[in-house]
Ligand binder design. Structure first.
Ligand code: ADP
Ligand code: MG
Length: 294
């Protein structure tokens, strides 16, 4: 028997480096007319680097001490920012101690007990104590440079700020242009990061509709808003924080290389070859296959 078009398309998508989980998904990919893209790990390469280590004056930590407690708290996390912090500590030859009571809040950060002290590492706008004081001054300075900023709190005291930078994927502008042409609408950027980091990066890809500072459920709300405008939405993301939006979307695609297990399981398709151009490629494959289905 000749292979039904949607099954051939799944095989073809596999050759492009995308694992499409079913024929139904293969069909739905071609129905989308709006794409919502995550930033960290999706538009960017997802291997961010710590660029700034800034203890808060008066909080009593050296740069190395700050990085050590931050890396200890981040060690159990699979978030790209956590891996950047752990790698920066390793690059300085630091030895973060083991932690207990680790917890992570998607879109916010992590907490853990390090040598008997409660340490929190996360978003300057979401950590309770970070909102005022000298840490804010440093956070705003780094945010103004377009850095992703995380605050380190020790026993509730904002003790330092880390600046982190991630590279835009080389293929991001062409993928955005291809998705715009295929769907008839420019993609929307949905990110938990602050606008200072998201807006310049989004603009470099040609995206103008940029929604920043979103918690996971607020990414879902953007999907719902686009649906109310009559769109069928393709969400592309990689993080635990993207899982609810991946589930809510008409179709969800996860970036596989640095993607969290939850995102990979929740998504309808997984980009195995770490290239963003595979996303418009599979939408086009679906369109072609659907035109052959009678
Ligand atoms: P994105 O939507 O761009 O992938 P996230 O929602 O994962 O971003 O993260 C949003 C913000 O929450 C980050 O910019 C950071 O401030 C904070 N954050 C989330 N997870 C962590 C973590 N493991 N360590 C430090 N900060 C974190
Ligand atoms: Mg992400």
């Amino acid at each position: 028997a000749t292979m039904p078009p949607l099954l051939s398309a799944i095989a073809n998508a596999g050759r492009h480096g995308v694992l499409v989980k079913s024929a139904v998904v293969m069909e739905r990919l071609g129905q989308v007319d709006q794409v919502a893209l995550d930033k960290t790990g999706t538009l960017t390469e997802g291997t961010p680097q710590v660029t700034d280590v800034r203890p808060v004056p008066g909080a009593g930590l050296t740069e190395d001490e700050l990085l050590t407690v931050a890396a200890a708290a981040e060690h159990p996390s699979e978030h790209p920012l956590a891996r950047a912090v752990v790698a920066a500590a390793a690059a300085r030859g630091l030895r973060p101690p083991p932690v207990t009571d680790f917890a992570s809040a998607p879109g916010t950060g992590v907490t853990a007990t390090v040598d008997g002290r409660r340490v929190a590492v996360g978003s300057p706008t979401r950590l309770p104590a970070a909102a005022d004081g000298p840490a804010t001054v440093v956070a705003e300075e780094l945010a103004g440079k377009g850095r992703t900023v995380v605050v380190v709190e020790v026993d509730g005291v904002p003790s330092g700020v880390l600046g982190i930078a991630d590279r835009l994927r080389d293929q991001a502008p062409e993928a955005v242009a291809a998705l715009t042409a295929l769907t008839g609408h420019p993609p929307v950027l949905v990110t938990g990061d602050h606008a200072g980091a998201a807006v310049p990066l989004g603009r470099r890809t040609g995206i103008t509709d940029i929604r920043a500072g979103l918690l996971p459920e607020q990414k879902v709300a953007v999907v719902r808003e686009l649906e109310r405008a009559g769109r069928r939405v393709l969400v592309v993301g990689d993080g635990v924080n993207d899982a609810p939006a991946l589930a809510a979307a008409h179709t969800g695609v996860a970036m596989g290389r640095a993607g969290s297990d939850l995102a990979l399981q929740t998504a309808d398709a997984v980009v195995v070859r770490d290239e963003l151009a595979t996303v418009p490629a599979v939408v086009a494959l679906s369109r072609r296959a659907r035109s052959l289905v009678t």
